[in-house]
Design a protein around this ligand. Structure first.
Ligand code: B12
Ligand code: SF4
Length: 461
């Protein structure tokens, strides 16, 4: 096959360094690992590949257009919330360079391929690596390509990393390495999730089967990242890192054996379930360099947990697991949803009590969003409960469904809960002091969090 010039282009919104501000918003900025994986397999086949992640690469729109002009194919990645902008970008490229082939993949196209199809030559549904390679052979136009799961996924070839992207990436929230010293990579140990939560987009891409990499190769990749790029912070983005406790124990042993823990601090999202051998696993994680876990609590009440299908974790176990983490000095970031169908003022009161009483160090409060393709989307669309299909609002920061709360009320609930947690919660301040007393590097971490997140939002005087 002729060798092609392929430009991988991620979202273009934050040109001009706005990402630095985004980093301090508590949400973090990181490279697009999915696109970096697809780009790696394409490069391995000998094609000429350039990956532009404009918010991080600081390129101007003019420079992007020059790169587009040189490419045979422009391959983009999209979530739901940036679908309108990615489509506008495709239309613009089509207008200027009508012969350039346009491809798109990611969770946005996977969940609503028909929405993208009129604007792209190929729309990829699901895992992109093999499907994209197959398409390169024929390069047909106007096609929706449904990839099958990649049961042989090993993590190789490694994603196409970029030093500048990793230097400009920032960890979410409190992190004991100062912003300007962070070199951040996101990593995957496994693909897939056993869960099937009502609101979540992950099962659409990964289905329920989980595939893990060899722990040795994950540790080797971590060491390479530290040695070649100076990476000191890693975000494991596996949907549930501890889905199989033995897998975590194996990985942690490798980290210790290969000396990863002395070079890299890392964080992971876990299911706070006792079934997964919480204590033994958390001890191993701590020893292997884990300093923060993310936990999707969403709503602690039994009826809402049933509704949201948070089946994997019992709420009493959640608290115990968080306590074990806290006792080990692992920070806990809790994810909470407000505005879910069926939630009432009483639920909000319960959430308020819970976040203040539990050993939680950081709060990520989302406004319920029925992403296309999820069970929530199907149900609410049928019931005519979706207020807007302006996808630019589908970022979990805007109310998009009909509710007994007005938009203003819901935004106030969101804000007041966050403010109560950080400003009026003695437990938060006590734990903060304990973390700083145990490790002085947290002092700067908390100061940066105050300056970058709490103060600008009025959560602290
Ligand atoms: C890591 C992550 C982040 C990181 C990095 C995001 C990034 N630049 O990729 C950070 C922390 C910055 C982030 C932020 C946000 N995120 Co996020 N994030 C994730 C997470 C946990 C993992 C994504 C990932 O890398 N997966 C691993 C890679 C290998 O898979 P992948 O990206 O899907 O890529 C594969 C395929 O999709 C496909 N593919 C992808 N791109 C392309 C391109 C081409 C050309 C082809 C052929 C194929 C292809 O092939 C890839 C390899 O198989 C997912 C949840 C999840 N478990 O998937 C949420 C998720 C993607 N995030 C989500 C959301 C909502 C957000 C935020 C809006 C939240 C917020 N309010 O701040 C922001 C938006 C930030 C932004 N600038 O876009 C939602 C998106 C839902 C949706 N339907 O759009 C998800 C699914 C979580 C959820 N709630 O369900 N996020
Ligand atoms: S919310 Fe977490 S556990 Fe539930 S389906 Fe999504 S990734 Fe899996």
């Amino acid at each position: 096959m002729a060798k092609l010039k392929i430009l991988f282009l991620d979202d273009v919104r934050e040109i001009g360094g706005k990402n630095a501000q985004h980093a301090r918003s508590g949400s973090g900025t990181q490279g697009n690992l999915g696109m970096e994986y697809v780009a790696a397999v394409v490069q391995e086949k000998g094609h000429s590949v350039l990956v532009l992640q404009p918010p991080l690469n600081d390129v101007t729109e003019e420079e992007i257009m020059t790169h587009i002009g040189k490419a045979d194919i422009v391959a983009m990645s999209s979530m739901t919330w940036n679908a309108p902008r990615i489509i506008a970008m495709a239309q613009k490229i089509r207008g200027i360079f009508p012969r350039t082939l346009l491809a798109v993949g990611g969770i946005g196209p996977t969940s609503m391929p028909g929405f993208y199809a009129p604007h792209f030559d190929a729309v990829f549904v699901g895992e992109g690596e093999q499907a994209f390679l197959n398409w390169l052979e024929e390069r047909s136009r106007w096609k929706i390509i449904k990839a099958s799961r990649n049961p042989g996924w090993t993590g190789d070839p490694l994603p196409l990393r970029n030093l500048e992207v990793m230097r400009r990436s920032r960890m979410r929230g409190i992190w004991p390495i100062p912003y300007d010293e962070q070199v951040v990579a996101n990593m995957l140990y496994g693909r897939g999730c056993y869960g099937n939560c009502y609101f979540c987009s992950s099962p659409i891409i990964w289905e329920k089967k989980v595939i893990w990499r060899d722990p040795r190769s994950v540790a080797e990749e971590m060491l390479m990242l530290a040695e070649v790029y100076g990476v000191n912070s890693v975000d494991f983005i596996d949907p549930t890192f501890n889905a199989k406790s033995q897998k975590v124990l194996d990985l942690c042993s490798e980290f210790i054996r290969q000396g990863v823990r002395r070079k890299i601090l890392w964080t992971a999202m876990i299911s706070p379930s006792k079934r997964t051998g919480a204590e033994e696993v958390l001890v191993a994680m701590r020893e292997a360099g884990c300093i923060k876990v993310g936990v999707g609590i969403e709503d602690p009440t039994a009826e809402m947990r049933r509704k949201l299908q948070k089946g994997g974790s019992n709420i009493d176990h959640c608290r115990e697991v968080l306590q074990i983490a806290s006792d080990l000095g692992i920070l806990a970031r809790a994810f909470i949803i407000v505005g879910a169908p069926g939630q009432t003022d009483k639920n909000i009161d319960t959430i308020r009590e819970m976040v203040c009483a539990w050993p939680i160090d950081e709060l990520r409060m989302s406004i319920f969003c029925p992403f296309p393709g999820t069970q929530a989307w199907g149900d609410l669309d049928r019931q005519n409960m979706i207020k807007t299909k302006d996808f630019s609002l589908y970022d979990t920061n805007h109310p998009v469904i009909k509710s007994h709360w007005s938009d203003g009320e819901l935004l106030s609930i969101h804000r007041d809960l966050t403010k109560t947690f950080y400003a009026d919660n003695a437990g938060y301040w006590k734990r903060r002091k304990q973390h700083i007393a145990a490790d002085s590097s947290y002092e700067i971490a908390y100061k940066q969090f105050d300056k970058g997140f709490l103060k600008p939002r009025g959560y602290l005087p």
